[in-house]
Design a protein around this ligand. Structure first.
Ligand code: ADP
Ligand code: MG
Length: 379
């Protein structure tokens, strides 16, 4: 079984994954209340909290799963806050030394990318490899407070980044918009709640679509237009029309996610190439079986066989429904990370350490492993 530790930001988390059964336990200590008073995460306080809480969480985990059953340790080694990442990784190394088991480093963003498949594994662990293969190539959308990314997972479980945001992340846009409207942090859930009873057609915000043909996202102009709109309104009017403001603003953020995802699905699979916007060309494998003469190079493109959603914003019911429709339009299954695996969590770290083991995404430097605070989703 794999014991995973996650401490990239403000969540201290431990999980145990059994390839034959799935996640057998997850233990979390959230620091949200601690940082709320400061309006954001204070790195020094966060790392001290990790130091205090890994011990008790591990005691609980090891009371449930005997240490002898652990054959691998996994820790998030990036991206994240340096002092926080160091806590999880050094704790994992200490256990690895004491128990004589290997320690691997997991990329937090890649763990998000694989998180929609945790439930697929849990439903039938023995059939996972075969079932997963049927869903590849996969198009994934990761939407969180710090990231907005479209990526593909190819048949060999390799990840290619297709597009990201040029400025704010989608969750950040919701959080900043909420702050402008005087709502609490994190803003995404508050905006969702108010938007539910509002009319999305009331306010005209620019669609957060950078360029029609590009897959890249841009949300900062949208946030500015919300500010201009609020400046034109008296406080009492803002209060009175808060639900409509939230509904319209949320719709503009999600419009970009829905349209770019649809565009990526329509274009078909892109992966493995150095530059994802350029189709890879190759000769047909069996010229005789194909229509075009063998001298004609054909783009190596095929259709995605599944579409996935991960990250904190994946909790939003409106976004879930809209993206499910996008997948349905392409006749492919829509998978989303379960709520407990959308934010920072160790369950996805343990799962990725196993699911990505042969795909080259796991850092196996062992005891010499360091932290990588700016680790990208894919190179
Ligand atoms: P990160 O680790 O990058 O900070 P998380 O994966 O922890 O991000 O997700 C946090 C983000 O998700 C915040 O921006 C928050 O507003 C957003 N979020 C959480 N729940 C919802 C929701 N129901 N609707 C929209 N956004 C949400
Ligand atoms: Mg996260």
């Amino acid at each position: 079984m794999i014991l995973a530790l996650e401490s990239s930001c403000d969540e201290t988390a431990v999980a145990v994954f059994d390839p034959a059964r799935g996640l057998v336990g997850e233990w979390v200590h959230s620091q949200i209340a601690l940082h709320e008073a400061y309006g954001g995460v204070v790195p020094d306080l966060a790392s001290r909290e990790h130091l205090s809480h890994f011990g008790p969480l591990l005691q609980r985990a090891l009371a449930a799963v005997p240490a002898e059953k652990i054959s691998k340790l996994a820790a998030t080694n990036g991206p994240g806050l340096a002092a926080c990442l160091a806590m999880g990784l050094s704790t994992a190394k200490s256990l690895g030394l004491a128990w004589g088991v290997p320690v691997v480093g997991v990329n937090h963003l890649r763990a998000h990318a694989f998180s929609p498949f945790i439930a697929l594994h849990a439903a039938n662990p023995a059939a996972f490899d075969a079932e997963f293969a049927k869903l590849l190539p996969h198009l994934g959308l990761l939407v969180s407070g710090g990231n907005t990314a479209l990526f593909s997972i190819d048949g060999a479980r390799r990840i290619t980044l297709l597009a990201s945001t040029m400025d704010d992340a989608a969750g950040e846009a919701l959080d900043k918009g909420a702050k402008l409207m005087g709502l609490g942090y994190p803003g995404g859930p508050q905006v969702e709640k108010l938007a539910a009873t509002g009319n999305a057609a009331t306010f005209e915000f620019p669609k957060a679509v950078a360029q029609r043909s590009s897959l890249e996202f841009s949300f900062s102009g949208l946030k500015t237009s919300l500010r201009y709109q609020l400046e034109k309104m008296a406080p009492a009017e803002i209060e009175q029309r808060k639900t409509d403001l939230c509904a319209s603003y949320q719709a503009a953020v999600f419009n970009a996610l829905v349209r770019k995802s649809g565009l990526a699905l329509e274009r078909g699979f892109v992966g493995g190439a150095d530059r994802p916007d350029e189709p890879t060309l190759q000769e047909p494998a069996h010229p005789a079986d194909h229509g075009p003469p063998s001298s004609v190079l054909r783009p190596l493109s095929s259709e995605y066989r599944s579409f996935g959603l991960s990250g904190g914003v994946a909790n939003n019911k409106t976004l879930q429904a809209e993206l499910a429709k996008v997948a349905q339009g392409q006749n492919i299954p829509f998978l989303r990370a379960q709520p407990q695996h959308t934010g920072d969590n160790a369950g996805m770290i343990a799962f990725a350490a196993w699911a990505e083991r042969e795909a080259g995404g796991i850092n196996e430097a062992g005891m010499g492993l360091g932290i990588a605070p700016s680790l990208p989703l894919a190179n």
